[in-house]
Design a protein around this ligand. Structure first.
Ligand SMILES: [Zn+2]
Length: 153
């Protein structure tokens, strides 16, 4: 069994939310990353301190990924990106978290990763302000549906 409460004193994601909290339960949370170049950039963060997906039992891996997919679907539905980038590194903060990044063909780095070389000074098009309340409501609905199909173990 995964210990949902396992925390480490020296880990930023054990001590802080890691962004503006959009949704959470006992298992994981979804935060909005403060990045003006990437509105809607979210992270799905496991609450317990584990560094690798294979540290989790299979049911917990599936539950975490079901949450990631629910976030991806909401961002696709509401922001209509050209592409969603999913990434998990943890080289700097080795606490399981998935980046869910809506990408547009004219954004600062496209087609490079957002951590790669910038292709332009800023996005070509100005995008409408993120409707946080709408996104939050859709995330809640989407993740609860994902939980019914793939419950927290
Ligand atoms: Zn941690």
């Amino acid at each position: 069994m995964t210990n949902h409460d396992a925390k480490q004193d020296d880990c930023a994601l054990c001590q802080e939310e890691g962004g503006e909290l959009l949704w959470r339960d006992d298992f994981c949370r979804v935060v909005l990353v403060d990045d003006a170049d990437y509105p809607g950039f979210c992270r799905v963060i496991l609450n317990a301190h584990h560094s690798e997906m294979t540290d989790l039992p299979p049911a917990a891996r599936h539950c975490l990924m079901a949450t990631v997919y629910a976030v991806e679907q909401v961002l696709r539905d509401h922001l209509h990106p050209a592409k969603i980038n999913l990434a998990s590194f943890g080289n700097v903060v080795p606490h399981l978290h998935w980046h869910v990044i809506p990408r547009h063909a004219d954004d600062r780095h496209f087609p490079n990763p957002v951590w790669g070389s910038a292709m332009r000074d800023q996005a070509v098009a100005t995008r409408p302000a993120l409707q946080r309340d709408v996104i939050k409501a859709a995330l809640t609905q989407g993740i609860l549906e994902a939980r019914r199909q793939c419950p927290v173990p």
